[in-house]
Design a protein around this ligand. Structure first.
Ligand SMILES: CC(C)(COP(=O)(O)OP(=O)(O)OC[C@H]1O[C@@H](n2cnc3c(N)ncnc32)[C@H](O)[C@@H]1OP(=O)(O)O)[C@@H](O)C(=O)NCCC(=O)NCCS
Length: 298
């Protein structure tokens, strides 16, 4: 680890600075592929929203690096007690002493991790080579590559006019079973998918009598002009019949039925060839090739 020259200071972030300093800094740097971190947003407004949902709150989990009074770096984390995992937001550094500042931030942030955290995750664009170098130096190892895929409203002209049903209670249990079969350790359980349903979160399904053939879970954030597909799944016995394509097309139709929504994103694991081909076939484009890297704690 490189030592931090004396001209730098590390400080906690005050509640006001979360909105006025931290969010704009993270969002501005995050727009560059060479600095992109997966959990951070590209606009200050979205970043404020994301930071506002964090638990513990950013004043307890972020450290800022200053050269004099100039902000040159930030690092913090979000946690999930159920998974025992923390996701690092950063390191974002704007200084030629990138590695020294990042190392100092990492050293300062690790003692802030709650006890339930047993594993750290970094998620970065593979073009963010400095983050990759820091990950290796800090003992992280690869946990797989993925793509952040983007679909803009203009692409809808090529999407078939598919619809799917809204989920009804008759298929709640089947949904939980299928979701758990496919993602036994997920950041969102089947139960949580059901609870999240509201005007902005939609579960669309394809059924055959009592059988659930597949589902897609999509959300919109009209205030940010964004939509997102979080999960799509087809029961194994029903795959290869065009149902996945039908579900994603129906989700796109629902998301773009909101006039405010201009763009939608989703994340797919790079090795998940059926899923990647399905999305690319509908017109999704790769925005960020990503890598997840993890490190156990203790
Ligand atoms: C990904 C998944 C939803 C696809 O569902 P599906 O109903 O089998 O897909 P479709 O029949 O609609 O196929 C759509 C396209 O996907 C691609 N595809 C589907 N299965 C494929 C396979 N086994 N190998 C390669 N490509 C495949 C094809 O390009 C196909 O287009 P084509 O008609 O031009 O050949 C399904 O495999 C699944 O549920 N997998 C497990 C959960 C999962 O990985 N979800 C995605 C998380 S990002």
């Amino acid at each position: 680890m490189s030592p931090l020259p004396e001209k730098f200071t590390l400080r906690p972030v005050s509640p006001e600075q979360v909105t006025t300093v931290l969010a704009p800094f993270l969002a501005r740097l995050n727009r560059e592929p060479e600095r992109h971190i997966g959990y951070c947003d590209d606009t200050p407004e979205m970043m404020v929203d994301t930071l506002g949902r964090m638990s513990p709150v950013p004043v307890d989990t972020f450290r800022l690096a200053f050269e004099g009074e100039r902000l040159v770096g930030a690092l913090g984390f979000d946690t999930d007690a159920r998974l025992g995992r923390a996701w690092l937001f950063g390191p974002q550094v704007e200084h030629e002493a990138w590695h020294a500042v990042a190392d100092a931030l990492f050293t300062a942030v690790c003692p802030l991790l709650p006890e339930h955290v047993r594993e750290l995750e970094l998620y970065y664009d593979v073009r963010n080579t400095r983050c990759h170098e820091a990950a290796v130096r800090w003992g992280f190892t690869s946990a797989g590559d993925s793509y952040v895929l983007r679909f803009e409203r203009d692409g809808m002209t090529g999407v078939p006019h598919e619809t799917a049903e809204s989920l009804t209670p008759a298929h709640h249990d089947a949904l939980k079973v299928l979701h758990h079969e496919l993602w036994p350790v997920s950041w969102l359980t089947g139960e949580q998918l059901l609870e999240k349903q509201d005007e902005n979160h939609r579960l669309l399904v394809l059924t055959e009598g009592p059988e659930l053939l597949g589902y897609v879970f999509a959300k919109v954030q009209p205030e940010f002009g964004e939509g997102f597909i979080e999960h799509v799944a087809v029961a194994e016995r029903a795959r290869g019949r065009g149902l996945g394509r039908k579900l994603v097309a129906a989700a796109l139709r629902w998301m773009f039925s909101w006039d405010e929504v201009k763009v939608t994103h989703l994340v797919a694991r790079a090795e998940n060839e059926p899923a990647v081909r399905l999305y690319r076939g509908l017109g999704y484009q790769v925005l960020h090739p990503m890598r997840a890297a993890r490190r156990p704690i203790g």
